[in-house]
Ligand binder design. Structure first.
Ligand code: HPA
Length: 272
């Protein structure tokens, strides 16, 4: 990972800010609307930031939104980079390095995911308690730069326990029901086959998606505390007798938009 590239990107962003954000937000498919809630926002298209890749998926905007949310300074990614778009793992996670350099201490990572756990329903929100990296790659492969993190970072607390407890309390306070579970990261872009979904269930997965795992690995490498939230946008392949479409994913995330916004705002207002 190129330290000069990281610092050129972070300097470009920092030069446009008065206050340093402490909380990062990655807004997944259909969940970018939360970025529109940010007040006194500085909006920076990814294409303007030195060394940033560009987002290619519909439903993802491709910009940083930096400002105030619930009285906290936040930096939100409206749209993320996916491995299936053809980016390297290092490119997918480059924004995490940049946000770390800008000064974030915590990150809230969101995504749309297929429900493997049959107690789940489309529209449920799931707190990620752990993940399974099923992508066959890892963003930390290659020479380690000790300035960025340890060669062999601990992943036993990938998803911060205190943050999960905090989020559960927020859900209770709002009268929202919330699920918890293990997120499986697959490369995509093809959705899983029913046989693969049965395999992932046997392996201990509760939800499956095509993102998040690389960003969380790099966040932990960088010492950033992570909260992960999946929006269960559909039941994974083979659970219901119907084909999966990206339109269904976006439709469900639109339906839960208000609850999602309320929930994340409440979490941010009093994040430990
Ligand atoms: N599988 C993988 N990724 C997804 C899904 C799914 O069912 N739904 C949303 N993202």
């Amino acid at each position: 990972m190129n330290l000069t590239a990281i610092s050129e990107a972070s300097t470009y962003v920092k030069d446009q800010l008065k206050d340093a954000p402490a909380i990062g937000l990655i807004l997944g498919s259909g969940l970018g609307v939360l970025g529109d809630e940010i007040e006194n926002a500085t909006v920076i298209p990814y294409s303007n930031i030195p060394h940033f890749p560009e987002s290619t998926v519909s439903g993802h905007k491709g910009q940083l939104v930096i400002g105030t949310l619930e009285g906290k300074q936040v930096i939100a990614m409206q749209g993320r980079f996916h491995y299936y778009e053809g980016y390297s793992m290092q490119q997918v996670t480059f924004p995490i390095r940049v946000m770390k350099d800008i000064g974030i201490k915590s990150i809230i990572v969101t995504n749309a995911a297929g429900g493997i756990n049959e107690d789940f329903q489309p529209g449920d929100l799931m707190l990620i308690t752990d993940h399974i990296n099923n992508m066959g790659n890892n963003p930390l492969i290659g020479k380690n730069d000790d300035a960025l993190g340890a060669r062999f970072p601990d992943m036993s607390q990938g998803y911060d326990k205190e943050y999960i407890e905090h989020a559960v309390k927020c859900a209770d306070a709002l009268g929202m029901s919330i699920q918890k579970g293990v997120y499986v990261g697959n490369t995509g872009p093809a959705y899983e086959t029913p046989a693969e979904v049965r395999m992932l269930k046997t392996l201990g997965g509760d939800a499956v998606g095509m993102s998040t795992v690389p960003e969380v690995i790099v966040s932990r490498h960088a010492g950033i505390r992570v909260l992960g939230i999946s929006c269960i946008s559909n039941m994974a392949a083979g659970i219901l007798d119907q084909p999966l479409t990206h339109d269904e994913v976006i439709e469900t995330t639109e339906k839960v938009r208000e609850d999602f916004i309320k929930f994340v705002k409440n979490i941010i207002s009093s994040l430990p």
